[in-house]
Every structure is written in structure tokens, then in C-alpha cells.
Design a protein around this ligand. Sequence first.
Ligand code: TRP
Length: 363
Amino acid sequence: MKKVILTGDRPTGKLHLGHYVGSLRRRVELQNAGDYEKMFVFMADVQALTDNADNPEKIRQNIIEVALDYLSAGLDPEKCIIFIQSHIPELAELTTYLMNLITVSRVERNPTVKTEIKMRNFEANIPLGFFCYPVSQAADITLFKADIVPAGEDQKPMLEITRELVRRFNSTYGEVLVEPDIMLPENETARRLPGTDGKEKMSKSLGNCIYLSDDADTVWQKVRSMFTDPNHLNVSDPGTVEGNAVFTYLDAFSKDEHFAKYLPEYQNLDEMKDHYRRGGLGDMKCKKLLNSILNEMLEPIRQRRHELQQDIPEIYNILRRGTEKARETAAKTMDEVRNAMKINYFEDKELINQQAEYFKNLQ
Ligand code: TRP
């Protein structure tokens, strides 16, 4: 049977290379392979508000940025349904029912939620909406009966909770919801791209990002000042490639044909790494190669973004149409959910007739 694929992003900022290698590139490939029944990609603005309740303006401004990033990276509204979470009221409805099927202590054990509580200093006072977001995320996934969720390692605990909730729902009310599987990024570097400063993760709050929308000059500024091997002071010194962000990026982005094109003295990245380790290869040369590779990849994305930016109202139309389409699926699943839970009072003729009989007989 063909699969339903679904993923989402919190619209809290422009998308960067970490998003691209970690998920966006994969989504575009999946979309173009076409081997699915439906594909949904959505902006999780409701989830973004769970820790930005006092700053809806930030979310409001970033919906368009993320939409532009999606479309310029190659997501095609003819092939996948792009929608906005807050405009699917069925999500709130399903979340409410799922909340009855899970305990507070189960959510407390979710390691991603634990880390986020610490990071946001929520320890003493956790907003309830934030605390419940894993359940709301389970609704995101199950309302569309997704069986495949391409996402990063940090989303594993959310998928576990989702699967438990599906089993709980189906055994309590009947088989309606579908147990999803996570689809992790294919390799190690794609799972966690470090920042340009070599820190563990590329992240807006650390200010170490290269954005998909950065122009060529900005990319070069950022690449030129990238973290390498702090002990590699002279070109002739032997260097280390492990933990050297330039080489980690080359791992993530370079292909053999890039060497033929930009640096023909090496056949491939392995030869270049060997030279760096031996000594005699300078950081600048590595950075120039990386810059060429990144620009080759980003230039078509930039150009599409530039074109798309000329008609912003049309981008909102695309989002509105996607949201309308998503609501059709949402309404269908919610009907099934209400039927299974037997809270479909108005449609349940048998219930009405039985009770009519019962109350008539009382007299
Ligand atoms: N939690 C995800 C993130 O922070 C966003 C998200 C919300 C999501 N709902 C989802 C991802 C459903 C996959 C499926 O990036």
C-alpha cells in the first residue's frame, strides 16, 4: 500500500543548512520520487506558540519565510500539501481526546521535552500548553493517518508517544488511527550538522547558521570565518579533520564531481583529507572549495526565492489552498474518530431510536 508522508517545522525563523541536510532535501527527494499516496508538509505554528506565547509576531513574520524556503528548496504544491497547523481546528479536537489516553508522568519522561524545559528555564513553571505539545504532535501525525514521518533524532520520543497513543486509542475505541514510523536522516552528518563555529548544532540562538536565503557574499563571510582545526596554524602543519567543521560540511555536501570541477588535484574527499592530515594543505583552500560547493547548491534556491518573493499574496494563496485540502482529510478522520468514540450523537439513529423507546416505555 502507498504511504502517507507527513512532516512539519516550527515557523520560528528562516531555514538553514542544518534543516536542509537534516530534512528538507530528503522531503524534496521523496516528493519527486512520487512513491506515496499523499505527502503533507506543515508549519507547526500552534507548537511554536507553546514556547512563544508572548511573541505571536515572531511566528506571524516567519510563516512566509518558511514558506519561501520550502518552495525555493523545491517543494511543489502540486505534489505535496503545504498547510498551516493553526487553521486545522480538528487538530485541537483530536488532541483533547488523545490527552485522556496518556498520563502526566509519561509525558514527563519524554527526553526531548525534558531538555527543552531546562533550555527554556521552565523548571519551576511549565506552561500547560507547552507540556502537552507531544500529545498535540501525536494529533498532527495521526489526524492525517501518516505512516512515515521524516524527522531528526530529537523527534524519536514524540513518535514513541504517538505510537503508544495510537495503540491505546485503537484498542479502546476501534481501529481508526495508524501507527507511524520515523524516517531518520540517512547519515551521521545529516543528522546533526554543526554550526559554522564547530559547535554541536547549527541553531539560530547560537548565531552559527548559514541560511538558505543568505546571498553569496554572506555565505563567503561565514565560510571564511569557519571553525577548523585550532592547532593547524601553518599550511605545512598536519591537520585534523574530525571535529573540523569545514570537513564535516564537505562530508555533507561534496560529491566526487565537485573535485573534478573545482579542485582536480584530488579525485575525491578522502584524498583531500589525507593531504590535510599529512600537512601541506591550507584551510583557505578547503574553505574556497566548500564555498563553491555551497554556492552551486544554493544559487538555484536563491533564484527561485527571488522570483517567489515578487508575488507574496500568491504564496499565501498556496498556503490557503493547501490548508483547505488538508482539512478535507482532517474532517474525514475526525468523523471516524467520533464514530469510534460513539460521540456522533446526531448521526447515531440507533441511539436515538433506542432512547426514544426507553423513555416512551417509562410512562
Ligand atoms: N516538533 C517538530 C520540530 O520541532 C515540529 C513538528 C510538529 C512535527 N508536529 C510535527 C514534526 C509532526 C513532524 C511531525 O521540528
